[in-house]
Design a protein around this ligand. Structure first.
Ligand code: KPL
Length: 296
């Protein structure tokens, strides 16, 4: 599947970015990335990766793109936090990436993007953990991508080859909204209570997460998404069970003193609620509590 225009540009090499890079490179597909700092001396971004249930850690490397590589790039995979998206799009303009190049966006949460570039949503339930030493694929999940990506024939073939559990979803917006609702419950709650995902199922948190679910269902209806309260509740509970020993990405960000995705989750839900004149008191209280604890 080699072609002079078959290279993927990866923007964001955090846990999900490295998982994507690892799988793409395992399928022998060409990948480049951009250095985070202009002063990078190495010509590769290096990372250590342990594949799912593998007993070996592999030393992996993604070459940095040089100006002559730009014309070979036929797709971009963006795996940065929601608040960094604007900067990534500026960077794509700066390197003069052609406007028609398809962009896959895999961020948690929602932002109202203003780009005119063709963007395709990617949703994942893969469990990946990252420490300074190694990134590990710990939980085998599923990936979904917007079915419309199929119009890019070569890219679709590459995606099939690299991601064995990838599904092409004709209704990706609904799936993205459901994932958003799920993250709006689990992420801020685990962050303010400083608990693992599984611990949220304790009796003392039940009333709070049920209330968060009910308010999200009201918002969903007002925005035209079909979300059923019982289904969302059982989705929250099953994800807490399946990822019981995991720290949510937001709790990890809080603990590492990194910027969090609270604005792309609770902040976005409250913004949309205000637009359609709906009250979300439990989310508003959680947002306030979160900001009192962590806003710097
Ligand atoms: O996506 C997640 C996250 O941590 O961001 C969940 C589903 C909550 C799993 O940890």
């Amino acid at each position: 599947m080699t072609d002079s225009h078959s290279t993927m540009l990866l923007m964001g090499a955090g846990a999900i970015g490295q998982l994507v890079a690892y799988q793409w490179q395992q399928a022998n597909l060409p990948l480049v990335t951009l250095p985070r700092k202009k002063s990078a001396t190495d010509s590769y971004l290096r990372y250590q990766f342990r594949g799912y249930q593998s007993n070996k850690i592999e030393a992996c490397a993604i070459p940095f793109a040089d100006p002559s590589d730009i014309s070979a790039i036929h797709a971009v995979f963006i795996a940065v936090k929601a608040y960094d998206l604007v900067n990534v799009f500026k960077e794509l303009d700066r390197i003069e990436l052609p406007q028609q190049c398809p962009i896959i966006c895999a961020h948690n949460g929602l932002v109202d993007l203003t780009t005119t570039r063709p963007c395709y949503t990617w949703i994942t339930t893969q469990g990946v953990t990252r420490s300074p030493e190694v990134t590990e694929h710990k939980g085998l999940g599923v990936d979904w991508i917007d079915n419309d990506i199929k119009k890019h024939r070569l890219l679709s073939k590459q995606l099939h080859a690299a991601f064995t559990r990838l599904e092409f979803d004709p209704d990706i917006n609904t799936r993205q909204w459901q994932k958003f609702c799920l993250n709006c419950v689990i992420n801020p709650l685990t962050a303010v209570h400083q608990c693992l995902n599984g611990e949220l199922l304790a009796q003392r948190y039940q009333q709070q997460y049920r209330q968060l679910v009910i308010e999200l269902v009201t918002l969903s209806e007002a925005l035209g998404y079909w979300v059923n309260a019982d289904e969302l509740l059982s989705l929250v509970e099953s994800v807490c069970q399946a990822t019981a020993a995991n720290q949510s990405s937001m709790l990890s960000d809080v603990k590492a003193k990194r910027k969090t995705e609270i604005e792309a989750l609770t902040g976005y839900a409250l913004k949309k609620a205000a637009e359609v004149d709906i009250n979300m008191p439990t989310h508003a209280a959680l947002y306030q509590q979160f900001n009192q604890l962590y806003l710097r």
